[in-house]
Design a protein around this ligand. Structure first.
Ligand SMILES: O=C(O)CCC(=O)C(=O)O
Length: 300
């Protein structure tokens, strides 16, 4: 299966497999050292498939109600149409409602993930209330970046959890990680202290194509074919992005990125509370996901 980014095929010689960590076999210090060594933890099947399936069903149903998924909606096939804007006059409110789906929140802000992060931090952990659910249709991908500029305003001790709700085969745009990038000094220097909401003259996205970026550093672009319930956890300076969804059957990918930190670290009010305002203060409306599935994304 071909891996594409921005219409360019990624040579298979540049692709590598993510190292899997077995959560049941690893002790807490194994988790910590794998994260330190690789810059990520790739965990399979950490949330029960039925619970993941319930959330997927509820979200797909809401996307079908705005005519963005064809019937039967459980297949997750993009229709190429949308009546989102006709039915709802506030895109942010619509996406906030979808992001508040109870079966989704049971997963993202429930005990299963929290307990895993408590093990990783070796301290009680907490999930951000502001979550980044992504329903991604054909032609779209997330530009390469690291997460520091978004989430480290109050503490550096933040981790991202990229959680999978559908099959994400190579053609459905899985996340990739640039091997060893958590140790690239240039990335630390460039992004430590950077805040996308303050330093508006600078972008979070790394403009160079991932193929060139990896070639120049003699490294690999690591990924996997993900299944519902799998997760990829990574630090704030791990360079990542996603491949393009170019699935011929028009199936979307549904994933959610959730941030966690130790409970006793200072909290960024933009991401916590009943109605968090998000990175720029514009709420859920600022997310690409708030756009109808058939509309292009912005680059930040
Ligand atoms: O799923 C995506 O499209 C991007 C996810 C991401 O960049 C992240 O989790 O930090």
């Amino acid at each position: 299966m071909v891996a594409l980014i921005d219409g360019i095929k990624v040579p298979s010689s540049l692709l590598g497999n993510l190292n899997e960590t077995n959560l049941d076999k690893a002790n807490n210090s194994d988790l910590k050292s794998a994260l330190e060594k690789d810059g990520y933890l790739f965990l399979r099947n950490i949330v029960d498939k039925k619970i993941i399936g319930n959330a997927r069903h509820d979200i797909f149903k809401k996307l079908n109600a705005v005519d963005e998924l064809s019937n039967p909606f459980n297949e997750g096939i993009a229709s190429g149409r949308s009546i989102r804007d006709k039915l709802f006059n506030d895109r942010g409110q619509f996406w906030e409602n979808i992001s508040s789906t109870k079966s989704l929140r049971t997963v993202t802000n429930g005990k299963v993930l929290e307990n895993i992060f408590t093990r990783i931090f070796e301290a009680p952990s907490i999930a951000f209330d502001f979550i980044f659910l992504r329903a991604v249709a054909g032609g779209k991908f997330t530009h390469m970046h690291c997460d520091a500029g978004f989430f480290t305003r109050k503490t550096q001790k933040v981790l991202t959890c990229w959680l999978v709700f559908t099959e994400v085969t190579l053609d459905r745009g899985p996340l990739f990680i640039i091997e060893g990038s958590h140790q690239f000094r240039e990335i630390q220097e460039k992004y430590n202290g950077f805040d996308v909401d303050i330093h508006k003259n600078k972008k979070a996205s790394i403009d160079i194509h991932p193929v060139e970026f990896a070639k120049k550093r003699n490294t690999k672009i690591l990924t996997a074919e993900f299944k519902p319930g799998d997760a990829l956890i990574f630090g704030m300076y791990t360079v990542h992005g996603t491949f393009e969804n170019h699935a011929k059957n028009n199936k979307i990918r549904l994933t959610c990125d959730i941030r966690f930190q130790p409970k006793n670290e200072p909290k960024d009010p933009r991401y916590f509370g009943v109605k968090p305002c998000g990175t720029t203060g514009a709420g859920y409306g600022e997310l690409n996901s708030a756009r109808p599935l058939n509309e292009d994304w912005h680059i930040r």
